[in-house]
Design a protein around this ligand. Structure first.
Ligand SMILES: NC(=O)c1ccc[n+]([C@@H]2O[C@H](COP(=O)([O-])OP(=O)(O)OC[C@H]3O[C@@H](n4cnc5c(N)ncnc54)[C@H](OP(=O)(O)O)[C@@H]3O)[C@@H](O)[C@H]2O)c1
Length: 348
């Protein structure tokens, strides 16, 4: 099969091209999935470069040679051969699935049941692939921040995968949404396509004039909720209303250097600051994870969440270009690479 194979780490993932490697053989408890779409993200760049925490020589598990990629959608090509209860988990050959597992930039992938979910009727594999990585955004808005109708929600990194869906879910919860973006070009694109109430360009970076725009938007009161994808708690506190809530989701803008925040700022505004680690929460509380996926996929099926797709990428040959565009911060929304048609034309 064709795959983006990493025999050694590479400093510039935009040069990556597919090569031919053996199609993986599933274990008794694994499905073989024929991949139809994959969605490159920043973590893939880090994995290719060997800079992700998963590549850490002592604590990591992802070392060359490996196949790159994480988020995918596809079709069940073969079922697990183990007859043990729950191994196939109600899935059948030919079912369309969305999933996340290392090795997604390939024509086929072997996965356990826990890595995949059935794509609900009415959703395309392209949509499922674009949205598979952002259940965290849904959960952060609905379950962690518990956003209420009429509240004002500010989202940092709103042009990113998580940020865009945070905005959409907050709108679906009937909040007023302020999207923060890095430059005017992206802002112009997003004003038309994201459906938010205000798009604010973070001119001057941290502590910049843009905060005045946010405060003006809220009539001087400040925002009720901040969903922070970039690492800007100090700025978030300055824009926050009394008794406001900040959810820390990521540190995309911190370049590995964490900020230090004076605790009196929390007290002065009676602020709540909470972190949310989606993967670990799901492992510890699997029942809640199921509820989250049900709610998230339900919103998608009802048409209340629609993926914001960036550009056109066709075939594994386009994965390198996609990673280059991500690294250059050109992208708003999600890239989806079409790998194959949903109809079976398998070579196996
Ligand atoms: N909490 C969790 O469980 C969880 C789960 C998954 C991911 N995450 C983390 O959440 C964060 C967002 O993930 P994502 O997938 O949405 O990332 P993404 O698609 O790369 O988006 C991040 C956004 O941050 C903005 N940004 C500002 N400064 C940046 C910089 N120096 N480099 C890159 N981007 C910068 C960019 O928008 P502008 O260019 O418009 O500023 C970009 O669109 C990441 O830190 C990720 O590791 C957390």
């Amino acid at each position: 099969m064709k795959a983006i194979h990493i025999p050694t780490y590479t400093p510039d993932p935009s040069t990556l091209q597919p090569s031919n490697i053996p199609t993986p053989t599933p274990q008794a408890d694994e499905f073989l999935i024929r991949i139809t779409h994959c969605s490159p993200q920043h973590a893939d760049i880090l994995h290719a470069q060997g800079k992700h925490q998963n590549n850490n020589a002592k604590k990591g598990w992802c070392f060359p040679p490996f196949t790159l990629g994480y988020d995918f959608a596809g079709v069940v090509h073969s079922l697990p051969t183990s007859g043990a209860e729950g191994v196939a988990g109600g899935l059948r050959k030919g079912d369309r699935v969305l999933g996340a597992a290392i090795g997604a930039f390939a024509e086929y992938i072997c996965v356990k049941r826990s890595a995949i979910r059935k794509v609900p009727a009415g959703l395309s594999n392209e949509t499922a692939c674009a949205m598979v990585g952002q259940a965290v955004s849904y959960a952060s808005v609905v379950r962690i921040a518990k956003v209420q109708p009429g509240e004002t929600v500010m989202v940092s990194g709103a042009s990113g995968g998580l940020g865009g869906v945070c905005c959409m879910v907050a709108k679906a919860c009937r909040a007023r949404v302020v999207a923060l973006v890095g430059d005017e070009g992206k802002a112009a694109q997003m004003r038309g396509s994201l459906g938010v109430d205000a798009v604010v360009v973070m001119r001057g970076g941290g502590g910049g004039e843009w905060m005045g725009e946010v405060m003006e938007f809220t009539g001087g009161k400040g925002v009720d909720v901040v969903l922070d994808n970039t690492g800007m708690v100090d700025d978030a506190l300055r824009c926050l209303a009394y008794f406001g809530r900040i959810v820390i989701l990521g540190f995309a803008a911190r370049k590995g250097v964490m900020e230090e925040v004076k605790m009196n700022k929390l007290l002065l505004k009676s602020a709540t600051v909470v972190g949310y680690r989606f993967g670990e929460s799901g492992r510890r509380f699997p029942h809640e994870l199921e509820e989250i996926w049900e709610g998230y996929l339900g919103m998608m099926q009802e048409g209340r969440l629609k993926p914001l797709l960036y550009g056109r990428y066709d075939g594994l040959e386009d994965v390198g270009r996609a990673l280059g565009d991500l690294a250059a911060r050109k992208v708003y929304g999600k890239i989806v690479v079409r790998v194959a048609d949903e109809e079976e034309t398998a070579k196996l």
